[in-house]
Design a protein around this ligand. Sequence first.
Ligand SMILES: C[S@@+](CC[C@H](N)C(=O)[O-])C[C@H]1O[C@@H](n2cnc3c(N)ncnc32)[C@H](O)[C@@H]1O
Length: 215
Amino acid sequence: MKTYYLIISMELASYTVHSHLLLSTTYCIDFFGENMVHDGYQDVVNIDISSVVIEQMKKKYHDRPQLKYTKMDVRNMSDFESGSFDAVIDKGTLDSIMCGQNSQEHAAKMLGEVNRILNDKGVYIMITYGDPSYRLNLLKDLQFWTVKLHVIDRWERSSKKTWDLTEPLPLQDDSTSIINLLGPKPDVHYIYVCIKDNDSARVELKVEINEQNYS
Ligand SMILES: C[S@@+](CC[C@H](N)C(=O)[O-])C[C@H]1O[C@@H](n2cnc3c(N)ncnc32)[C@H](O)[C@@H]1O
């Protein structure tokens, strides 16, 4: 667990130097928040749509004022100001949204909100088991950010019991380069590191276009 956190921490260190983070969502990645506080992060906001999860986490970390827990829908984070976060880390939230109905519309809303609350140099890190064929197109189509893809072995299944992060994999226009490299069903976690493109005019335009496309 600690190794995994260190990998993520290194990612954060290389992509952002600030300390206002949003963890989306909290459940089962609470150890991220805990270890980040240990490493000196002062403001780690955790959200989840489930009040049960939020109450559990609040109780567990009542002695860590740096960890804030708020029940919130990631598709509507209007309580947060635009540009107020340096990084958003997501393990399983987009996946969860994509399993539901109207997944494209909801995923676009979520990613639009993530983009809005990130500052100009913000980074969105998404950790998923999901195959890149759909995730990659979704992230790239929105054109909010430059996307890099890393993979690590699924620790729980790996005989090595180490989590080695790859260099960013070569990304072509579709996911075939990844399939060629890793095979059709590799036992890995995919880590998408999405670095915000700070051309805000284009971003605003894209949000409008995407809202029309998905409505
Ligand atoms: C698959 S679980 C992932 C949990 C955890 N992050 C992990 O890695 O095991 C998905 C989580 O997303 C939360 N979730 C689903 N839809 C959400 C939404 N619209 N806004 C915020 N959280 C949501 C669920 O309550 C659940 O805790």
